[in-house]
Design a protein around this ligand. Structure first.
Ligand code: FAD
Length: 307
C-alpha cells in the first residue's frame, strides 16, 4: 500500500514541487544521490573505485522534449570523455534510461532513442567502457529490448536490465543468456499490475532465483543487482555450481544502500559495482528508493513535517 502510494507520488507534479522545495529533505536525498554536477559524480567515482566498480546514472526520465533528449545524450558523451580523461574508464561505466533519450516522443521516439544511445555507446567505446540500459515500467519492456538488440549489433557489450517481478522475465533471461550478453537482474521498482507482475515478496524472490539460475548457467555475464542478503548468497552458490570464475559475474548495489555489505563483498575479492545517480532531476528516483524500505519513509516524513 505504502509503496504504491509513494510510487504514485513519484509521478505527481504537486508532490514533486513540495518535496523539492523542502530544504530539510536535502540530507536524505544526499544519502542516495551523489550530487548535482559531473564533478560530484566523478569525485564519488574516484572514492568508490578503490575497491568497487561504478555505473554512473545522469538523473532524468520521461522527457517529451526532443531538444532535452538530445542534451541528455550530449551530457553523457561529455561525462564519458571526462571519465576517460580521469583514468576511470576501466572502473566506471554509465547507465541510461531510454525515456530520458526520447523513447516516449510521439514521433519517431524509438528511432531517436536508438540513435542517441548509439552515440553514447560510441563515446563509451572510445573511453574503454560500457553502457547499460535501465528498464522502466512494463509498457516499455518490448521497445527497450528491441533497441538493446539493435545496439548490440554494433556494440555487443551493451548491457540491459531484466526485472524479476515481471512474469515474462524468466523467458527473457533465456533469450539474453547467450555469449557476450550483459544482464543486470533486479527485482523491479515500478508499481505493476498483477496481470503482468508478481506482487508478493516471496513470489518475486522465487522468480529472482529462477532467473538467476538461467543467467548463471548461460553464457553471458550476469550482474546481480540486489541488496537482499539471501539472494546474494544464492547467487554466489549458483555461480560456484556453474563453474563461474569470480570475474565472470558481478554484484551491483545502489549508492547509499548497504554500503557495509558492498565493502564486505568487494573485500572477499568478488566484483561489486555501485550504481551512482547524480544530477538535478532526483525526485522520481528518490521516491522509488523511499518506497523500498519502511524506515526510509519515517526519515522522509520527519523531514517533511520539520520544514
Ligand atoms: P528488497 O527486498 O527490496 O530489499 C532487501 C533489503 O535491502 C531490504 O530489507 C533493505 O535492508 C535493503 N534495501 C533495499 N532497498 C533499500 C533502500 N532503498 N534503502 C535502504 N535499504 C534498502 N529497478 C528497475 O525497475 N529498473 C532498473 O533499471 C533498476 N536498476 C537497478 C540497478 C541496480 C544496481 C540496483 C541495485 C537496483 C536497480 N533497480 C532497478 C531497483 C530494484 O528493482 C529494486 O527496486 C531495489 O534494488 C530494491 O530491491 P532489492 O533487490 O534490494 O530487495
Amino acid at each position: 500500500m505504502l509503496r504504491s502510494a509513494l510510487l504514485a507520488a513519484s509521478r505527481s507534479p504537486r508532490c514533486r514541487s513540495v518535496v523539492e522545495r523542502t530544504s530539510t529533505m536535502r540530507p536524505i536525498v544526499d544519502r542516495f544521490v551523489a550530487g548535482s554536477t559531473v564533478d560530484d559524480a566523478v569525485r564519488v567515482a574516484h572514492e568508490l573505485a578503490g575497491d568497487r566498480l561504478v555505473s554512473l546514472d545522469r538523473l532524468g526520465e520521461d522527457t517529451l522534449d526532443r531538444a532535452q533528449a538530445e542534451q541528455t545524450a550530449e551530457a553523457y558523451r561529455a561525462l564519458l570523455a571526462r571519465l576517460d580523461a580521469e583514468g576511470l574508464g576501466a572502473a566506471a561505466e554509465v547507465s541510461v534510461k531510454l525515456s530520458a533519450l526520447g523513447q516516449a516522443l510521439p514521433v519517431d521516439g524509438e528511432k531517436i532513442a536508438l540513435e542517441s544511445t548509439r552515440r553514447i555507446c560510441e563515446a563509451a567505446a572510445a573511453a574503454g567502457t560500457t553502457v547499460t540500459v535501465d528498464m522502466e515500467d512494463h509498457t516499455t519492456t518490448d521497445s527497450t529490448l528491441e533497441i538493446v538488440r539493435a545496439l548490440r549489433a554494433d556494440f555487443p557489450d551493451t548491457g540491459t536490465v531484466l526485472q524479476a517481478y515481471l512474469k515474462r522475465t524468466a523467458a527473457d533471461c533465456a533469450d539474453f543468456a547467450g555469449p557476450g550478453s550483459r544482464i543486470r537482474l533486479c527485482k523491479g521498482a515500478y508499481d505493476e499490475p498483477a496481470s503482468v507482475a508478481y506482487r508478493g515478496k516471496s513470489e518475486v524472490d522465487g522468480s529472482y532465483v529462477r532467473c538467476l539460475e538461467v543467467l548463471m548457467n548461460g553464457q553471458g555475464y550476469p550482474m546481480v543487482a540486489t541488496h537482499d542478503p539471501r539472494l546474494t548468497g544464492i547467487a554466489e552458490r549458483l555461480a560456484a555450481r556453474a563453474g563461474r570464475a569470480r570475474d565472470r559475474y558481478e554484484f551491483q548495489m545502489l549508492y547509499g544502500v548497504r554500503p557495509q555489505a558492498q565493502r564486505e563483498i568487494a573485500g572477499r575479492g568478488l566484483r561489486m559495482r555501485v550504481y551512482v545517480p547524480y544530477g538535478a532531476e532526483w525526485y522520481p528516483y528518490f521516491m522509488r528508493r523511499l518506497g523500498e524500505r519502511p524506515a526510509n519513509l519515517a526519515f522522509f516524513l520527519r523531514a517533511l513535517t520539520h520544514r
